[in-house]
Design a protein around this ligand. Structure first.
Ligand SMILES: [Zn+2]
Length: 308
């Protein structure tokens, strides 16, 4: 099993354990989901043994250990539900069948509603069980975590992975173009898989392909007319992919063959670096405007005017 760990966080947690000053709950943020989840499981291993190879460690890493419970987004769900949290609390209110510290890991606490997070508050505060209990909360957007939760946890900031690293991870499960698009949209594998299975995904992918195939202004107008009723979310996703497209055109060194990469290679060959850089700047600008609620149609219009 290939574990992705954040060296600094890992050392800090090991040191805290050695000095007997572990906190009851930690909030992980800033990293991609594999690294943060691996780190949470390794934290649990370290409470038992830490070799990462014995049966105990293996069962923790494989999420089969009875005392280590992982809650994550269920298939096709975009949030941790209140029910998942109350089930967790119910389970932890019972005595465990095996001895040793107990750990709960909530992967995506930021997706839980305020009510669900609130219900967890008491649980974090008052561990009524006889056993040692530790919680690891993993957040992808710290802004969506209640202040009351943050203030009760040890905050652990992870170094984010680059677009390149996330894309490479995704290439194990998706083809080059899908990995490219998905890595542009999220650094969370489960979220990526949900995006991939969502009906909007094909719309976004077609937008990208259509855009990359435009060669003259006549088609640019057609592109505009075909897409002027695009939703804000889809337009935002589309811009994110385009931003990475132009970014890759500036930085790509290896040769990959796919529809998207063939276009990147062409762009590199035919355009000046300064020209690509300028386009990238325009796109970042449009992305910001969209965040400030400029109407979708106007953004698309500006995109066409700027590019053709
Ligand atoms: Zn071990």
């Amino acid at each position: 099993m290939q574990l992705d760990l954040d060296e600094r966080v890992n050392e800090e947690l090991i040191r805290a354990k050695e000095n007997n000053r572990l906190m009851h709950a930690y909030l992980f943020y800033g990293g991609d989901n594999k690294t943060m989840l691996d780190e949470a499981l390794v934290f649990a291993c370290n409470l038992y043994c830490g070799c990462l190879n014995c049966d105990t460690c293996k069962s923790i890493l494989e999420q089969k250990h009875l005392n280590v419970k992982v809650i994550s987004l269920e298939e096709n769900k975009t949030m941790i539900t209140k029910e998942q949290i109350s089930n967790l609390e119910a389970e932890f209110s019972l005595t465990s069948l095996v001895s040793g510290p107990r750990v709960y890991i909530i992967d995506g606490i930021d997706t839980a509603s305020s009510a669900a997070q609130n219900s967890l508050l008491k649980f974090i505060e008052e561990p009524q069980m006889q056993d040692e209990v530790y919680g690891i909360l993993i957040a992808y957007n710290l802004n969506n975590v209640l202040t009351t939760i943050k203030s009760r946890c040890g905050l652990m900031r992870f170094m984010p992975k680059s677009f390149e690293q996330i894309k490479e991870d995704l290439e194990n499960d998706y083809d080059a173009d899908d990995a490219f698009i998905l890595a542009s949209l999220s650094n969370n594998r489960i979220v990526c898989s949900n995006i991939f299975n969502d009906s909007n995904y094909q719309i976004i992918k077609n937008l990208v392909y259509d855009f990359l195939n435009i060669v003259d202004s006549k088609e640019a107008i057609l592109f505009y007319l075909n897409n002027k009723n695009i939703t804000k979310d889809n337009l935002q996703a589309f811009l994110k992919v385009l931003i990475n497209f132009y970014h890759e055109a500036l930085t790509l060194t290896k040769l990959i063959s796919s529809q998207i990469y063939d276009k990147i290679t062409l762009l590199k060959q035919n355009k000046d670096k300064s020209d690509i850089y300028q386009k990238l700047t325009y796109l970042l600008n449009l992305d910001t405007k969209l965040k400030y609620n400029v109407v979708e149609k106007n953004i698309l219009h500006e995109l066409i005017l700027t590019f053709f």
